[in-house]
Each structure stands twice: as C-alpha cells, then as structure tokens.
Ligand binder design. Structure first.
Ligand SMILES: Nc1ncnc2c1ncn2[C@@H]1O[C@H](COP(=O)(O)OP(=O)(O)OP(=O)(O)O)[C@@H](O)[C@H]1O
Ligand SMILES: O=P(O)(O)OC[C@H]1O[C@H](OP(=O)(O)OP(=O)(O)O)[C@H](O)[C@@H]1O
Ligand SMILES: O=C(O)c1cccnc1
Length: 489
C-alpha cells in the first residue's frame, strides 16, 4: 500500500462515502451527469438545546474543493474495487472520466463566524449534478464538526463574559484532525487561546499553558516544585496548587510569588483543578489579596462546561481564567450537529428549474425547495428575523416582508418595514474558481463577536432560549405547499 502525504489525506477526493461514487457512476452511465442541480447544506436544530449556532469550517471546505481532482493513485485504487459478482465496481470509462474531472460549480456560503439558525442554507452548490453529489460528504464533514465546536465555544464564552477561556482539549479530542479542527473552531467561537501548539503554528492561534501535577509530584515537596518552576519559567508562572491541599498550595505559591516579585517578575496565576471551585477560588482570592498578590489571577479547570461555569459564577466564584478541554472539543453533550445536504432543484430540458422536495412522515424533515438565499433583517442594531427566499422566484415584495414558519405555516411574523437587510450567502466559487477573498481567523472572530452582539440576549440564554424567527418568503412557501400537494397526489 502506498503511503500518502498527510496533506493529501485531508484533500483527497476519496474523503467521501462510497455511495457518492456509485451514484456518480450512475449519473455518468445514464448521461445525466452534467444536468444542472442545486444542493443546500443546512441543519434542523440548534445544538445543545441552544438558541443559535455559529457557522464554521468553510475554510477547510474551500481548501478541499480547490484541490478536487483524482490523481493516478486514487484512480488505481478505485479500479481495484469489486462488485458482488467479483467484476470491477467502476467501468474503465468512468474512471477515465474521473481522471479528467474538474470542479466547475458555483458555490455560495454564509461566512464563518456568522450566527445561523435551523433550515438556513449554510452553503449552496450549483452545477453539474455529478459534482454537487460528489462533494456532499466532505462538505458535511468539515462544516458539521467545526460549526458544532464553534457554537459550544461561543456558549461557554458567553457565560464567562470577558473572562478568557483557554482551550485545553488536545488530549481528549477525537484524534489528530478532530483536535486541530476543534482548536480552530473553538478560537472562532471565542476562546482566547489553545494549549495545542500545533494549532498555534498552523493557524496562528495564541498558545498558553500552566503546568501539570506531575511537575509537583516529581519533587520532594510542593514548595520545592514551585520554586524550581519559578526559576525555570519566571515569565510564565501559573502554579497548579491542588496536588495535595489547594489552599495550602496557594500559600506556598505566594512564597514563590514573593521570590518572583523580588526579581522583577510576576506570579501570573494559580490554577485550581479539583474540589469545590467556588469555595476554593473565594478562599484563594482572600489569601492572595491579603498577601499583596491582587494581580495574581485564579485559573480553574476540571471538566468545565457552560452550565458548571454558570453555576460557579452564581456561587460567586473568583475565577478569572477558565481552562476548558474535554467538554468543549468533543462537544460532549451533543457530539454531532446533524447537518444535511439536500437536492433542491434540477434544470429541465427547457432550461427552467424543476424544484424538488423530499417528503417525510416527519414534517421537520420535509425539505425546502428553491435556489435559496437568506435575508437577515436588522432593526436598531438587533436581528429581528431571517427570510429564506428563492433566487429563482418572483422579486421579493418589499411592502410585505412577512416570514412564514417552514414547518408550521400558520406561524408567521411580519418584519417591520424600516428593518435593514443583508443577504447572508456570498459567492465563494464561480465556475469552480475561488472568488472569495478568504477572511483571516481574526476577521472571522470579529464577525462572530459582532453577530452575537446583535442577537437578542433571550436567544443566548442556556435554559429555554427564545426561538429566533426564521421563515420562508411567501412565494417560496406557496411553491413548497404546491410541491407537497403534487407529491401527495
Ligand atoms: N462549586 C461547584 N459547583 C458546581 N460544580 C462544581 C463546583 N466545583 C466543582 N464543580 C464541578 O464538579 C465536577 C466534579 O468535581 P468534584 O470536586 O466532585 O470531583 P473532582 O474534583 O474532579 O475530583 P478529583 O479529585 O477526582 O479530580 C467537575 O466538573 C467540577 O468542575
Ligand atoms: O477537564 P478538562 O476540561 O478536560 O480540561 C483539561 C484537563 O486536563 C488536565 O487534566 P489531566 O489530564 O491531568 O486529568 P485529570 O485532571 O482528570 O486527572 C487538566 O488538569 C484539566 O483538568
Ligand atoms: O496548560 C494547562 O494547564 C493544561 C493544558 C492541557 C490540559 N490541561 C491543562
């Protein structure tokens, strides 16, 4: 077996489900492969029972699409696959087609860092159906996970407010790629730094860290450990105080803090990693303040998430830096976003679009047709509703901006006429060529910050958040209803 360069592992066209290739073979064989189609990527529920979601992962999706071609190793591998009769799974003609494959679609997407909601297309692919189909799995893989973790990070950071959240997840993340993607997404979502040094090098995320229990345990006593650390790392001193007795540990840290101060350095912090973090942080704060170390910060870690942090704050915890690992990078309480990718339109022989819906017993799973765009309405700096409309439909009646719930049509909301508008999907690829100047991570973070600031507090609370209004434009609703009626005979 060939060893493949690690970069190719992440950009390979074989990063897909086999069925995408069997369908591609089918489209090619029936000659339908170049029919123009439109697909949308969306999710049906905000994760973590929350009121919003933060889009992330587009940069990786774009990187994958830019590299989309089949090299000779990949074609050779596909040629080895056999059907259940022992004959080759794919015909040599199809493999030749793949050898010359070029991505020529138009892609529009909602930029990373944007606050998004259920049923909104995060990404839209328009072009030959064989291409739109072949990219499904990789797009879902990159966008689902990073969107999930960026949202988790945003929820945690919303609760800590201005107090920095340090992402400590590498050791518990889902493998190497999961860790890197999680560090990137966590930074987009609002974390201040990562402990993952490779993510620091690759993405330019600030790195930070303290020390572990093993450092303390490797000395005969805790004071010796702190003193040796102060001497070795005088400009990065956060002492982990809970190896034996947390409050006694704080008193011992103060002694090394005095040593640091006498030499012009600073005891940056102490870290609590077990026990009652509210009580211990309050007591530690008193010890530090009384010893003249008011500028020494208290760091805390230990299986934290937004709910525990919220409770700790209610208990008056005096924690200034929050180290969060496992529950952030694994999205512990909801390990998948559930984003899907669905066909919405197919061009017919007359050159017009045939709009498609998928029916389901579950109303929520009935897809929305159209060539969708999302229009966001803002009033006095606050988002008041999002309208999903069909770019192929009649012009939007600006005098009637009512949005209709996609699942329950009798729920609707009129949008005030003086609300300003912004269309969220922007061109990313045109005819297979990248046309979007990709934003930096800092720009993405700034977008997330501004977006969350414009979202009503009620949508951001942890418990029973307000459901942000998202609905269909009237003519799209009418089209959806007609398609459902037609499909049901
Ligand atoms: N005051 C508090 N209120 C709510 N949750 C807390 C509080 N203090 C700590 N926790 C959380 O409780 C969980 C368990 O902490 P607990 O003190 O029971 O065990 P621990 O400190 O992890 O024990 P170990 O010594 O095995 O590390 C952790 O997720 C921690 O963040
Ligand atoms: O708790 P997390 O949010 O995942 O944050 C990272 C954890 O990793 C380290 O613990 P370590 O690997 O030493 O394990 P332990 O604290 O569970 O003993 C650190 O002390 C944190 O407790
Ligand atoms: O720097 C730290 O304190 C750290 C890093 C990784 C995991 N836990 C803690």
């Amino acid at each position: 077996m060939n060893t493949t360069a690690p970069e190719r592992l992440r950009s390979s066209p074989l990063l897909t489900d086999l069925y995408q290739l069997t369908m591609a073979h089918g489209y090619w064989k029936t000659g339908a492969h170049n029919k123009d189609a439109v697909f949308h990527l969306f999710f049906r529920h905000n994760p973590f029972k929350g009121g919003y979601t933060v889009a992330a992962g587009l940069a990786d999706a774009v990187a994958w699409l830019r590299e989309l071609h089949f090299n000779s190793d990949e074609i050779a591998y596909l040629a080895t696959l056999k059907g259940n009769d022992g004959a080759p799974l794919f015909s040599s003609g199809f493999l030749e087609y793949l050898r010359g494959f070029e991505f020529t679609c138009d892609v529009d997407a909602i930029p990373e860092g944007t606050v998004v909601f259920p049923n909104e297309p995060l990404l839209r692919v328009r072009g030959p159906i064989i291409q739109g189909q072949l990219v499904e799995t990789a797009l879902l893989n990159t966008i689902n996970f990073q969107t999930l973790v960026a949202t988790k990070a945003a929820r945690i950071c919303h609760i800590t407010r201005d107090e920095p959240v340090l992402e400590f997840g590498l050791r518990r993340a889902q493998g190497v790629d999961g860790a890197l993607a999680a560090s990137r997404a966590a930074y987009i979502g609002g974390c201040a730094s990562t402990s993952n040094v490779l993510a620091g090098q690759l993405f330019g995320i600030p790195v930070s860290g303290t020390h572990a229990h093993s450092w303390v345990m490797s000395f005969d006593s805790e004071p010796e450990a702190f003193q040796a650390y102060a001497e070795a790392m005088p400009n990065n001193c956060v002492f982990l105080v809970d190896t034996y007795d947390s409050l006694e540990g704080v008193r011992r840290a103060v002694e090394s803090g005095k040593w640091l101060r006498a030499r012009g350095h600073k005891m940056a912090g102490i870290r609590l990693d077990s026990g009652d973090l509210a009580y211990l942080s309050i007591e530690a704060r008193k010890i530090l303040d009384e010893a003249g170390f008011a500028d020494t910060a208290i760091f805390a870690s230990n299986d934290l998430d937004e709910h525990i942090i919220s409770s700790l704050k209610q208990q008056g915890a005096r924690i200034a830096f929050w180290g969060v690992g496992t529950k952030l990078v694994t999205a512990y309480d909801q390990p998948a976003l559930g984003g899907v990718y669905k066909l919405a339109a197919l061009r017919n022989g007359d050159g017009a679009w045939d709009h498609k819906i998928k029916l389901s017993e579950q109303t929520i799973k009935i897809t929305n047709p159209g060539i969708q765009q999302v229009r966001r309405f803002t009033l006095d700096g606050e988002y008041v509703g999002d309208m999903i409309y069909n770019e192929d439909g009649p012009p939007i009646d600006d005098a009637n901006r009512t949005i209709y719930d996609a699942v329950n049509f009798i729920r609707f909301k009129p949008i005030p006429p003086n609300a300003t508008t912004e269309d969220l999907l922007v061109p990313v690829f045109r005819n297979g060529k990248l046309v979007l100047e990709m934003p930096t991570l800092e720009e993405i973070r700034a977008r997330r910050r501004a977006q969350l600031a414009a979202l009503h507090e009620g949508s951001k609370r942890l418990l029973n958040p307000h459901e942000y209004p998202v609905g269909l434009e009237r003519s799209l609703l009418d089209m959806k209803t007609a398609l459902i009626m037609k499909a049901r005979g």
